[in-house]
Design a protein around this ligand. Structure first.
Ligand code: HEC
Length: 116
């Protein structure tokens, strides 16, 4: 009985980490190269164009992200990617559980885009 309980604790901790996915865990498991090219690949991977227009292509269910880096300061842009609900509680923008390097790469890519 005692042995079962001592096994249960690490299993619960593991499940907790997998479920809550804290930032350090994301940074450990989703480390990407920080470059505009890897940012462009992430925009494809997470299908941002399903809602946003980016580089002239994509849906217009959400604001166009062309020239976004000129419109938003770095901190706000970062927060939109890290935790959209912290900016706007009822937003339709999903939280993609992005790691810090993924956020940096996406910002590098978006920063290159000019207003159409
Ligand atoms: C399901 C639709 C959807 C998807 C997919 C989506 N977004 Fe959004 N996003 C939104 C909506 C809606 C808003 C506007 C939020 C609001 O005002 O409530 C938004 C807002 C933003 C903003 C702030 C825009 C501004 O003008 O202030 C940024 C930056 C952003 N999204 C980036 C991204 C990136 C990068 C991705 C892909 C990783 C992505 N979004 C995927 C729906 C989406």
């Amino acid at each position: 009985m005692k042995r079962k309980v001592s096994l249960l604790i690490p299993v619960l901790i593991l499940l907790g980490i997998l479920f809550l996915r804290p930032r350090w865990f994301l940074n450990l498991t989703k480390r990407v190269e920080i470059s505009p090219a890897s940012g462009a690949a992430l925009v494809e991977k997470y299908n941002c164009r399903q809602c946003h227009q980016i580089d002239g292509k994509g849906a217009l269910k959400a604001p166009s992200l062309d020239g976004i880096a000129q419109r938003l300061d770095q901190e706000t842009l970062r927060l939109w990617l890290a935790n959209p609900r912290k900016i706007k509680a009822n937003t339709a923008m999903p939280n993609f559980s992005l790691s810090d390097s993924e956020i940096d790469a996406i910002i590098e890519y978006l920063t290159q885009l000019k207003e159409e």
